[in-house]
Design a protein around this ligand. Structure first.
Ligand code: AMP
Ligand code: ZN
Length: 138
């Protein structure tokens, strides 16, 4: 299903033009208009899903193979040495467009720097308790 008020639905289905790098029956991959690095791309399903928790599992299983294909093409064509897959769910996680999407971000030697977290530390007891809390909700 498409959502008529969703800009990524319109882009994914070709109603709004985009710099498209890949398209198949399920997805369109476009360049992000505010790139973190040269070639930063977004994988958009053609159907509307708000986030990962709502994504159809049949569509979900096709996501990583497309990311791998595009990432490999970025390495060949742009000379990046690697790439990050980033996927935000919910406002607190930085999601600003509420149509599931995956960022494919080329990484080049020498930058640009892309924010990463500072590792904390935790006791085995707290790790075990936290794991139990999550397991109980599965
Ligand atoms: P997120 O913060 O994970 O929701 O990412 C949304 C991303 O979509 C941002 O990186 C924006 O730069 C990008 N974006 C928003 N609107 C457009 C658009 N019309 N065309 C291309 N990229 C867009
Ligand atoms: Zn949508």
């Amino acid at each position: 299903m498409k959502d008529d008020s969703c800009i990524f639905c319109k882009i994914a289905n070709g109603e709004i033009p985009s710099a498209t790098v890949y398209e198949d029956e399920d997805f369109r991959v476009i360049l992000d208009m505010g790139p973190a690095s040269k070639g930063h791309a977004l994988l958009l399903p053609k159907e509307h899903f708000k986030d990962l928790c709502e994504l159809d599992p049949e569509v979900a299983k096709k996501v990583l193979p497309v990311c791998a294909k595009v990432g490999a093409a970025m390495k060949k064509s742009l000379g990046c040495e690697g790439f990050n897959i980033v996927q935000n769910n919910g406002e607190a996680a930085g999601q600003t467009v509420f149509h599931f999407h995956v960022h494919i971000i080329p990484r080049y030697a020498g930058g640009p720097k892309i924010a990463a977290w500072t590792p904390g530390s935790e006791t085995p007891e707290v790790l075990a308790k936290t794991a139990e809390q999550i397991r109980a909700a599965l």
